[in-house]
Design a protein around this ligand. Structure first.
Ligand code: HEM
Length: 102
């Protein structure tokens, strides 16, 4: 699936209640600046759940694609309370946006 970053920016509205893409700006959830390719639990200054912090995940595009469909399935006991994005194209779009959000 090829993601469309402009559409992903729109779909990211579902994430913005808890996340922004400005570096260093943590809200309910961590900043998602630089998240594609990052190690899970590594955003500076954010207090993660033990589940997320110790997941051992690397946020490749493939891993994000799976996670965003059903976060609790990939990280049981995560404190990200989000039902997930069932639409695969929308997930691909959001990931394309997150690669270069600013
Ligand atoms: C964590 C993405 C929606 C709250 C994360 C992480 C990613 C992510 C990739 C892991 C960060 C890391 O390991 O550094 C997204 C995307 C969303 C979304 C793309 C929209 C499609 C939401 C929403 C909320 C939320 C709506 C709040 C209701 C959180 C919280 C964490 C988190 C609290 C930390 C989890 C923990 O420490 O267990 N998010 N998220 N997210 N997100 Fe989201």
């Amino acid at each position: 699936l090829t993601g469309d970053p402009a559409k992903g920016k729109m779909a990211f509205a579902q994430c913005r209640t808890c996340h922004v893409t400005d570096p260093g700006v943590n809200m309910v959830g961590p900043s998602l600046a630089g998240i594609v390719g990052a190690t899970a639990g590594s955003i500076k200054g954010y207090k993660y759940s033990p589940a997320n912090a110790s997941s051992g995940i690397t946020w490749t595009e493939e891993q994000l694609f799976e996670y965003l469909a059903d976060p609790q399935a990939v990280i049981p006991k995560t404190k990200m309370i989000f039902a997930g994005m069932p639409d695969a194209q929308q997930r691909a779009d959001v990931i394309a946006y997150l690669k270069n959000p600013n």
